[in-house]
Design a protein around this ligand. Structure first.
Ligand SMILES: [Zn+2]
Length: 471
């Protein structure tokens, strides 16, 4: 027997398991009640554990290399810098809403990135945080744009969070989240959707902008009373908003609550390009002021073998002859050059003189396929507690503060997967699942066979015995 359930997915960006168990539990009564109805486990993020690749991995069931997504932006061949923003149309594999649409199911997606321009689905797709300011084509079908604007009083995709104007950030966060869930409830009531997905970016922005105020263990903890309770207030609001949607959801619907990665306090930044320069891998024609982005530094590419990009992890690229505009590393020597660079990186020491804890991965070794222009080395510092700073001109290899604007939090590997519904056998704690297994699991819950190309596996521990048929 193949079961066929309606599925609701609530995507709460950057939600660590600890948010549900300790820190904000008392501010999340409605969400906690939903979680306790079913199974709860850790959802391990992907390489790299970055928002846009991670959501795409979750809903396509493919790894980030197969999707060609290595970060918030990606490199285009023939350039040194990351300047391509991912789009749904650029994904080489279908997402669950594409698969469901093809077999005639009705789907509604709000905010899942990459979501702009919104793809045509058998239903509604409201675009995501990548929507350019002023865009008027952020809903598919576009005829619904006015309705969305009317229902929400002007829809809001994201907030600018790397700013010292934190009081304004707090206000905008609340307003954005209220609008998102007002819209979600409005769309939910329109028809009995087969698949309904909402993504909330506010949780991630809250953590980035306010983590140091509510985490006493943060290395730069600031007990400023003006911001000490922003987290409590935000989670109170989120719980009410999500709860009001859950109140509309019948027992016939399977509800998943998922996050793309977790959050932790940022220890500091490691200046990857400053380090490459100090080791002779990267050469500047002239010194530059502190905080200069690589794009604006006067790099002597004829004497540069490798450069890096900043972010929650470092992407190291070799300046390869035939691939980069002014490449100097011969492709036949690249493996040996990379080995040497990797060995030097593994020896990096933190400000306290101890090994920083560098974890390296090579795209060709960790991905099923390698599309687009991946970094030659993926580098994680101290289990993600240290961020990678790509800017140059610093007098130290280590910064206390983020180099691209105020930010107190970094990502962590563990997100959550909570699931409850009529056909789920699992209750209580379940073992860790992989983020790419969520997509095929959603399809199986809907009674749709996952495409044969989909590499993720149905999370069989969640489902009843009749779900175990061969794929
Ligand atoms: Zn995220």
């Amino acid at each position: 027997m193949v079961t066929r359930s309606r599925v609701l997915v609530l995507g709460l960006d950057s939600l660590s398991p600890s948010i549900l168990t300790s820190r904000f539990r008392s501010h999340l009564p409605r969400i906690t009640r939903q979680v306790e109805r079913g199974a709860l486990g850790t959802l391990k993020s992907c390489d790299p554990p970055i928002t846009i690749p991670a959501w795409a991995v979750m809903f396509t069931g493919m790894d980030a290399g197969s999707l060609g997504l290595y970060g918030f932006r990606n490199r285009r061949s023939g350039t040194y810098f990351e300047n391509v923003t991912p789009t749904p149309a650029g994904l080489p594999y279908p997402a669950v809403w594409d698969v469901a649409s093809r077999v005639g199911r009705r789907v509604c997606v709000v905010g899942v990135p990459p979501g702009y321009p919104p793809p045509a689905v058998n239903g509604v797709y409201v675009s995501c945080l990548l929507t350019p300011p002023g865009a008027r084509d952020f809903v598919s079908p576009v005829s619904l744009v006015d309705e969305v604007e009317q229902v929400t009083g002007g829809y809001q995709f994201d907030v600018l969070f790397r700013t010292e104007e934190r009081a304004a950030v707090a206000r905008e966060l609340m307003e954005m989240t209220r609008k998102r869930w007002t819209l979600a409830r409005h769309l939910w009531k329109k028809e009995p959707w087969d698949l309904f997905i909402v993504h909330e970016i506010g949780t991630d922005r809250l953590h980035h902008a306010f983590w140091k105020y509510f985490d006493p263990a943060h290395p730069r903890h600031d007990p400023n009373p003006q911001f000490a309770n922003v987290g409590d207030l935000y989670y109170d609001l989120l719980d009410q908003e999500v709860g009001a949607l859950l109140d509309l959801v019948g027992d016939d619907v399977t509800v998943l609550i998922v996050s793309d990665h977790g959050t932790q306090a940022m220890e500091g930044c490691f200046c990857i390009n400053e380090w490459l320069r100090s080791k002779g891998w990267l050469t500047l024609k002239e010194p530059c002021p502190a905080g200069t982005p690589l794009e604006r530094a006067n790099v002597d590419w004829s004497r540069t073998k490798a450069w890096g990009a900043g972010g929650y992890y470092a992407r190291i690229h070799l300046n390869l002859r035939g691939r980069e505009p002014e490449g100097i590393v011969d492709p036949s020597e690249a493996p040996e050059v990379l080995d040497r660079l990797a060995a030097e990186l593994e020896d990096v020491r933190g400000p306290n003189g101890h090994l920083l804890g560098v974890e390296l991965a090579r795209p060709s070794e960790i991905y099923d396929e390698v599309r687009g222009l991946p970094p030659d080395l993926i580098v994680y510092f101290a289990d993600l507690k240290w961020r990678s700073a790509g800017t140059l001109g610093h007098s130290s290899l280590f910064l206390d503060e983020n180099d691209t604007g105020p930010d107190d939090a970094v990502h962590s590997w563990d997100g959550i997967l909570a699931a409850a519904g009529p056909n789920l056998k699992a209750k209580g704690a379940i073992s860790t699942s992989r983020i790419r297994d969520v997509g095929p699991t959603i399809l199986r819950l809907m009674g749709i066979p996952p495409p044969l190309t989909m590499r993720g596996q149905v999370i069989s521990g969640l489902l009843g015995r009749h779900h175990h048929e061969e794929r």
